[in-house]
Design a binder for this molecule. Structure first.
Ligand code: SF4
Length: 284
């Protein structure tokens, strides 16, 4: 499970939507690669993409109520994905029952409309739809942000169980770094559209280097240990149409130096699997 963290507006969801090529105009992919099992998703034709989405990579959006069709029964929305990919109606119906069982909802609820389910159940139903074709990769874009903490915990446990059972990988997007430290194997930190630090979860927690990562960490209260004032990060993320010159974090960075406003830092390897883009770690 790879976590992608950053403030709202840092570009996390844009990355997810770009990977699946579901960005809405005027958003446009102008360069780069999105490699999946050696193939560049950005090179795929629309017909290839139709087969690729759901089957190879599927997505769970933040708000289940917005990603479900309010005038269709859940069963029909599940069947829609499966029939589109060649399953017979009988196979799809059986799989729908199995999937509901898997995500912990009674199969009788398949014939409910989204508004007849609780928030937690709706999110489970969306996860069931995402798993309909057994994809090897799930992108989860703030899947628990709209839920209360008790339901959030239930859903996260369910996701972990499913992952262990079915063996898929997850790109988990959230602004909640403390949550990622608990559930991810690796974490990438995003600021103003760029990955500024990347490391195994534990290494990042114990040995974060980038001033932005440290700022995110200091924004969360600890429930144990001594009480201390939260410092947070001053200011807000920049307008990406006109980002700051040099390091994009420099107007907000407590450790900014002269060079930071002039030259964008390169990504450096600090230790195995730990990279950071910051002038503080320039050689010499
Ligand atoms: Fe701060 Fe400079 Fe590092 Fe950017 S490059 S994070 S401004 S110290």
């Amino acid at each position: 499970m790879v976590g992608l963290a950053g403030e709202s507006g840092s570009g996390k969801s844009t990355i997810a939507h770009a990977i699946l090529r579901i960005l809405h105009p005027p958003a446009l992919i102008t360069g780069g690669e999105a490699l999946f099992k050696g193939r560049d998703i950005l090179e795929m034709s629309e017909t290839e993409l139709e087969q690729f989405r759901w089957k190879d990579i599927s997505i769970v959006f933040q708000s289940a109520m917005n990603s479900l069709n309010p005038v269709m029964k859940i069963r029909d929305q599940l069947l829609d994905v499966m029939l589109h990919h060649g399953l017979s109606k009988a196979e799809a119906n059986q799989r729908a029952v199995d999937l509901f069982d898997l995500v912990g909802i009674e199969p009788q609820r398949l014939d409910a409309y989204p508004h007849q389910l609780s928030g937690g159940m709706r999110q489970r139903a969306v996860i069931a739809i995402a798993l309909a074709l057994n994809p090897p990769l799930l992108i989860m874009d703030e899947p628990t942000t709209a839920l209360d903490v008790v339901v959030q915990k239930d859903i996260l446990e369910q996701i972990n169980l499913l992952r262990e059972k079915l063996g898929f990988s997850i790109l988990f997007i959230t602004h909640d770094l403390s949550l990622l430290v608990e559930i991810s194997t690796h974490i990438s930190i995003m600021y103003a559209g760029e990955i500024v630090e990347k490391a195994p979860a534990r290494e990042l927690f114990e040995n974060a280097k980038h001033p932005y990562t440290l700022g995110l960490m200091n924004s969360f209260p600890s429930i144990s240990g001594e009480k201390k004032k939260l410092t947070g990060i001053p200011g807000s993320p920049p307008d990406l149409v006109n980002p700051p010159a040099g390091c994009r974090f420099n107007p907000r960075c407590p450790r900014a130096m002269e060079i930071c406003a002039q030259v964008a830092p390169k990504t450096k390897t600090i230790s195995a699997d730990h990279t950071v883009a910051c002038h503080l770690y320039d050689e010499g």
